[in-house]
Design a protein around this ligand. Structure first.
Ligand code: C2E
Ligand code: MG
Ligand code: MG
Ligand code: MG
Length: 279
């Protein structure tokens, strides 16, 4: 009896697995055609100076909408694209489009400082990465100093010595680098101090329960003072409530992003927002 049900379990498991594999293969397949079919597009989330409420820049966030699969979240399709190396082509497409759009945004508001672009380490570790993005900024006509490359803490630490080398090269060329989702990886502070970075982004998971969770209060205060003392710009992501905003402002956090201020929006909507704000 037990044996029999064990066997059934196994069959159930096998079936479920093959459905998952099938689903994944479908997504991989569809993702291969996504650029050609114009299915990948970008949205931008404004970054605000928390004290003055001025927009200082934007974060570029990728979206993929497929006719059969619908809207697939970036956490999911970026991971798949990384495993198939399709992220190399998709990443350059995103980089170029973001540069072009940012130039248009800055034509409306000349005070805009930077465009942030998420970069996967599959891209960072590709030999031609720097040459490729240099070609793009030359072609588009934008300076490296307008671009912040966001790389997650976990990703950077995966191969700290290689990361250090590429990041140093990027710094020499004038790009800024931001450590994304800070606090969720396993940074050693000893490495952190050697990294040529400009910005730390406190992960949303530490912001969620501010100001009520005392551990999060302690952690976010510590990250803010760490980045101030090391000369980094401090950004809080995922701000949703005025309580969180007030806490961060009084704690000395300069820059914030979140639904409280603005959700990520397509280019035309961002242009509208900039026009409405510019006298
Ligand atoms: P991330 O870089 O940490 O981006 C922040 C995420 O938080 C975005 O999710 C954004 O829409 C969301 N968010 C911002 N404010 C709020 C808020 O107030 N409340 C809530 N609940 N969420 C908020 P999204 O767009 O789904 O992106 C998820 C992740 O996918 C990103 O995390 C990033 O790691 C990755 N990703 C997105 N676009 C790209 C890309 O172009 N390239 C690469 N390599 N990764 C990307
Ligand atoms: Mg990011
Ligand atoms: Mg982040
Ligand atoms: Mg995050």
């Amino acid at each position: 009896k037990a044996k029999e049900s064990g066997k059934n379990n196994f069959q159930y498991y096998k079936k479920k697995l093959s459905v998952n594999m099938h689903g994944r293969l479908n997504i991989e397949q569809a993702l291969k055609g996504a650029l050609k079919k114009d299915e990948i597009f970008l949205v931008y989330q404004p970054k605000y100076n928390i004290a003055s409420k001025e927009i200082v820049g934007f974060e570029t966030l990728a979206r993929w909408e497929n006719e059969k699969l619908g809207l697939i979240p970036p956490d999911k399709f970026i991971t798949i694209a990384e495993s198939t190396n399709d992220i190399l082509e998709i990443g350059l497409f995103i980089f170029k489009k973001a540069c072009i759009d940012f130039k248009d945004f800055r034509e409306i508001n000349t005070n805009l400082q930077t465009i942030s672009i998420n970069i996967s380490t599959v891209q960072l570790y590709q030999d031609s990465f720097i040459k490729d993005i240099m070609n793009i900024i030359d072609e588009v006509g934008i300076e490296a100093s307008s671009i912040i490359l966001e790389i997650t803490e976990t990703h950077i630490m995966k191969n700290i010595f290689y990361s250090m080398r590429v990041l140093n090269e990027l710094k020499t060329l004038g790009f800024s680098v931001s450590i994304d989702d800070f606090g969720t990886g396993y940074s050693s502070l000893n490495y952190l101090k050697q990294l040529p970075i400009n910005e730390l982004k406190i992960d949303k998971s530490f912001i969620n329960d501010l100001p009520y969770d005392l551990n999060d209060v302690a952690i976010s205060k510590a990250i803010i003072s760490l980045s101030k003392n090391m000369g980094y710009v401090n950004v809080a992501e995922g701000i949703e409530t005025t309580e969180q905003e007030e806490f961060l402002l009084s704690g000395g956090c300069e820059i914030g992003q979140g639904y409280l201020f603005c959700k990520p929006k397509i280019k035309d909507e961002i242009i509208q927002i900039l026009r409405d704000k510019t006298p």
